[in-house]
Design a protein. Structure first.
Length: 239
């Protein structure tokens, strides 16, 4: 699949930045970048401007703003990428409703209106793709991040349902259960041997651009999570 345009929700994430650069190297020339603050996109914008005939638009969206107009930025793009997310403070979220709600809304509920507007009848009849980043945290509730995991689980099931519903469509839905990736959000939370670089993730995604449905990222996380899900409760309570 040859992507000439991309719409990105969560454009300041290291994964989104790496993927946009790889796409530019492969001839993509239209980028719509969405983040909480427009100024945060300046780093990526300056990199993309080095390529010829590049069209870049930047949009500011606060996912927690209930007055968001979800329709005005969702137009006709080849690839839609959602990497927006918020790990949050799990300890704080266990006792404070505000932090708990922020984690659930940012990682799940606030993304649904965007996804529903992307998956329109007109878009489904043309070739393209929606890639949504979820997490391996969705596979089992763990004391260290069960609220984040619950939000990602909801997002995964919702998008998996879409992928199956439109399995015969030209437009493909891909749900990516990511393991530890070397980003600001996961810094210091994982051993190096379990961590993958964003650039490697971006290259893999473009090599497997026709994939759809749910997959682990990298693929070997599937086997790690099989073990995690089989752990007795007493051991799982230590995770």
């Amino acid at each position: 699949m040859n992507f000439k345009s991309i719409w990105v929700l969560g454009s300041t994430s290291e994964i989104a930045i790496s993927l946009c650069i790889e796409l530019a190297n492969n001839g993509c020339n239209k980028f719509h970048l969405i983040s909480r603050k427009k100024s945060d996109n300046e780093f990526l914008v300056q990199i993309l401007k080095q390529y010829k005939d590049i069209e870049i638009t930047v949009e500011e969206v606060d996912l927690l703003d209930k007055d968001n107009n979800y329709k005005y930025s969702v137009k006709n793009y080849d690839l839609y990428l959602i990497t927006a997310g918020y790990l949050g403070d799990s300890n704080l979220a266990s006792f404070e409703e505000e932090e708990c709600t922020k984690i659930i809304n940012t990682n799940f509920l606030s993304l649904i209106p965007f996804i529903k507007n992307i998956i329109s009848h007109d878009r489904l009849i043309r070739e393209g793709a929606l890639w949504v980043f979820s997490s391996v945290a969705a596979d089992r509730g763990r004391p260290s991040n069960y609220i984040y995991g619950a939000a990602k689980s909801g997002l995964t099931v919702f998008c998996e349902g879409l992928a199956l519903k439109y399995i015969n469509s030209k437009f493909k839905v891909r749900v990516l259960k990511a393991g530890f990736i070397d980003t600001r959000m996961s810094k210091g939370k994982a051993p190096p041997f379990l961590t993958t670089k964003p650039k490697a993730i971006a290259k893999y995604l473009l090599k497997t651009a026709h994939n759809s449905g749910v997959e682990y990222l990298p693929g070997w996380w599937r086997y790690i999570m099989i073990i995690v899900k089989l752990l007795p409760n007493k051991l799982a309570s230590k995770l």
